[in-house]
Design a protein around this ligand. Structure first.
Ligand SMILES: Nc1ncnc2c1ncn2[C@@H]1O[C@H](COP(=O)(O)OP(=O)(O)OP(=O)(O)O)[C@@H](O)[C@H]1O
Ligand SMILES: [Mg+2]
Length: 701
């Protein structure tokens, strides 16, 4: 059935055809409406009533919601793994001739969120792309909300492990690769939304071109990345997708970070899940994981960085010692630690603010929050200058104060600006002479009106005559019927009757009208000017977004160090001795999660000696509920914490770094996939035997 469409439905279909897979949220007055299949697909997911639009040839299902609930519904849409194209009215319906112009202003997808309302503050939100080329895999991932952009070359067998580490919200795959074995593996994971993309986007030449354009470079060598390779193809496909969906500046994406697997501890997906490093086994939630238990950071940026650290412990002794040095210094100096932490208490999410600024999406409140956060930087820098450890000194050098941005924001914006950008009240007095003048004119109204009213009272002899204002009629003179009668209805001839209300008449005079026009024009013009000033401020700040993000990255690190130090002090951790020897010695160790959950002293500490003269294998037996599983997990978690650079829950520890961690713990949750417990245990053990190296730590329960 293809009935002749009304102009509006024609407009709808044209917009819908641009991105058929996305739910089209079609703005109609105060509502966003969905039609047809979109309405039927979305209504049950979003809890909306499905109605039908018209009868006859145009009949279609329809579901909608009020415009001010957009954020709430976008959150539900992306949580369901869907995409939404937001279509707005591009002109004021009151002044439009014929059909209102409409356009898609942005496409919101699970992997491209930037609004705080739609994001978990403590979690990165990654969009990834995967491509296979000459039997190598290219993987790239980007967090649009912070500007983090990374890429890697992998073997096919390494892909699942890396995806488990990154945990992307959305993955782009070439439409012609959807049935390849690796793509089927990704789809079978089920937790990520898959977006098929044109294979063209993944072509080497095409991808490189788009990437050059995005990053404003002519070679990737400056990032330590070769211009050719599957990793670049994946990154280029990401860039193309962002360009298509964002329709905004991507000025905060200026850096590409190559990822090398050898730099981080190898943890396969089963191990990661079993140890509940960053999310729980059963529900996949952050809450209850090792990360959630040890997180003492004071800002969302610090929390996100710590999550990254826990997901990817290091393998380089130097890097581990560098982090450990920073933590140790903040453990030893309680005053410095507390001072940093109280500074962070006043910081906003600088990384995400800077990214929104870079995308040209910052609200006046975002800029004000940015200004306030920049205001704490000089203090932080001064405190850092007194530090001794390498890493903290590096942070001091890397922390840019961006004083001119702060000065601009502080001089231009009022302290607590409103969210709306077109209704005035944004710009500080004294910032712009013309604006001050317009405001004076608009405000000066008050004195003029008072004088005018006094004059009219004198002229008519009616003491209670009032000059007032309302939105519909503007300024008017009000005289009650009673008084008009008492005066024998002697109304001055220049009074023009405008409106009769219950017990009064309302008038205007030419003089009043003229004045009103002037005042309103001044106000209108001042609102416009404020908007222009705000936009130009936002553009100037936007040009600096890479520096601002850099400052955010420094704060994140410092917060993560101070958080780990705080944890170490609160829980009585020790600084582990890191060594290249294949050895693990733990004296009076505790399980990091139970140590926090159980009342103080509730956990009975254990020792461990493994490797070198102690032997490479330990076999633990004991009655049920004796604490065997707890003990072996504790060993793996302590090793992981040590390689993050953290202190560990023990009296004393010596940790030889390992390159891979394997944990085989409880298989019950895999029964759903049709494998028996025995079968799962055998395959997983086989995996360990194949992949374990001389430097691996293996725990088998
Ligand atoms: N060192 C400890 N101090 C205090 N409580 C502990 C300690 N170790 C384990 N527990 C607690 O004892 C209980 C049993 O621990 P766990 O599951 O490790 O035992 P298990 O020996 O593996 O048992 P099973 O043989 O049934 O698998 C858990 O509730 C755990 O919290
Ligand atoms: Mg057990």
């Amino acid at each position: 059935m293809n009935p002749p469409a009304t102009p509006m439905m024609q407009q709808y279909r044209e917009l819908k055809a641009r991105d058929p897979d996305a739910l089209l949220l079609f703005r109609m007055g105060d509502f966003y409406e969905m039609f047809g299949d979109d309405a039927e697909r979305a209504a049950p997911l979003l809890g909306l009533a499905l109605t039908s639009r018209d009868k006859g040839p145009e009949a279609s299902s329809m579901a909608g919601f009020p415009h001010h609930q957009l954020d709430a519904y976008l959150a539900k849409i992306v949580a369901a793994g869907l995409r939404a194209a937001v279509c707005e009215q591009m002109e004021d319906a009151r002044f439009a001739r014929g059909l209102v112009k409409r356009d898609i202003v942005r496409v919101v997808t699970p992997g491209t969120l930037t609004d705080d309302e739609l994001l978990d503050p403590k979690q990165a939100n990654y969009l990834a792309a995967v491509v296979e080329s000459a039997s190598k895999m290219g993987l790239a991932w980007v967090d649009l909300s912070t500007g983090q952009f990374a890429l890697a070359r992998l073997e096919r067998t390494e892909l699942a492990e890396e995806l488990a580490r990154i945990h992307p919200a959305e993955i782009l795959i070439s439409e012609i690769a959807l049935d390849s074995p690796w793509a089927r593996m990704i789809r079978s994971r089920g937790e990520t939304s898959i977006t098929p993309r044109p294979s063209w986007d993944f072509q080497p030449e095409q991808a490189l071109g788009v990437l050059f354009e995005l990053l404003r470079v002519t070679t990737l060598a400056g990032f330590g990345v070769e211009d050719r390779g599957p990793d670049v193809q994946a990154a280029g496909a990401l860039a193309a997708y962002l360009k298509e969906t964002q329709k905004s500046d991507l000025g905060h994406l200026r850096k590409l970070t190559p990822y090398r697997r050898a730099d981080v501890l190898g943890i396969d997906e089963t191990t990661r899940r079993g140890l509940e490093l960053t999310r729980t086994l059963r529900e996949g939630k952050r809450e209850g994981s090792l990360l959630a238990m040890i997180d003492q950071t004071a800002t969302p940026m610090g929390a996100r960085l710590l999550a990254e650290w826990v997901a990817a412990p290091l393998t380089s002794i130097d890097l581990i010692l560098e982090r450990q040095g920073a933590v140790a210094e903040l453990v030893a100096d309680a005053d410095a630690r507390q001072a940093f932490r109280s500074d962070f208490g006043q910081a906003y999410d600088l990384e995400r603010l800077a990214a929104r600024v870079g995308a040209g999406r910052a609200t006046p409140r975002d800029l004000a929050a940015l200004g306030r956060t920049l205001a704490i930087l000089p203090r932080v820098k001064a405190r850092l200058a007194a530090r001794h450890s390498n890493r903290l000194k590096q942070l001091e050098a890397a922390l840019e104060l961006c004083p001119e941005i702060r000065a601009e924001i502080e001089s231009a914006l009022v302290d607590d600006p409103p969210l709306a950008v077109k209704e005035g009240g944004l710009i500080r007095e004294g910032y712009h002479p013309e604006l001050d003048e317009l405001r004076d004119q608009a405000r000066g109204g008050k004195t003029w009106i008072a004088r005018f009213q006094a004059e009219q009272v004198r002229k008519t002899g009616i003491a209670s005559l009032k000059v007032a204002y309302n939105k519909v009629f503007g300024y008017y003179i009000e005289i009650t019927h009673a008084q008009a009668q008492a005066r024998g209805n002697a109304i001055p001839p220049d009074y023009i009757r405008k409106q009769t209300v219950k017990n009064a008449e309302r008038y205007i005079t030419p003089e009043l009208k003229e004045y009103e026009d002037k005042v309103l024009r001044a106000q209108e013009r001042s609102f416009e000017l404020e908007y222009e000033l705000f936009v130009s401020l936002r553009e100037r700040v936007s040009a600096e977004s890479p520096r601002l993000i850099q400052a955010g990255v420094v704060l994140a690190q410092l917060d993560a160090f101070a958080g780990l130090a705080e944890l170490a002090v609160r829980q009585g951790y020790c600084q582990p001795r890191i060594t290249a020897d294949p050895v693990l010695e733990i004296e009076a160790g505790r399980h990091p999660v139970l140590d926090i959950l159980l009342p103080s002293g509730g956990f009975v500490p254990n020792d461990l000696r493994l490797g070198q003269e102690y032997g490479d294998v330990l076999l633990i037996t004991g009655p049920n509920m004796a604490g065997k599983s707890t003990y072996i997990r504790q060993v793996a978690l302590i090793a992981a914490l040590a390689q993050i650079g953290s202190f560990v829950p023990a009296k004393r520890a010596r940790v030889g770094i390992v390159d891979r961690l394997f944990a085989r713990i409880g298989a019950a949750d895999d029964l759903g996939r049709g494998h028996s417990t025995f079968m799962v245990e055998m395959t997983e053990t086989a995996n360990i035997l194949h992949n374990a190296t001389k430097r691996s730590l293996v725990i088998l329960d």
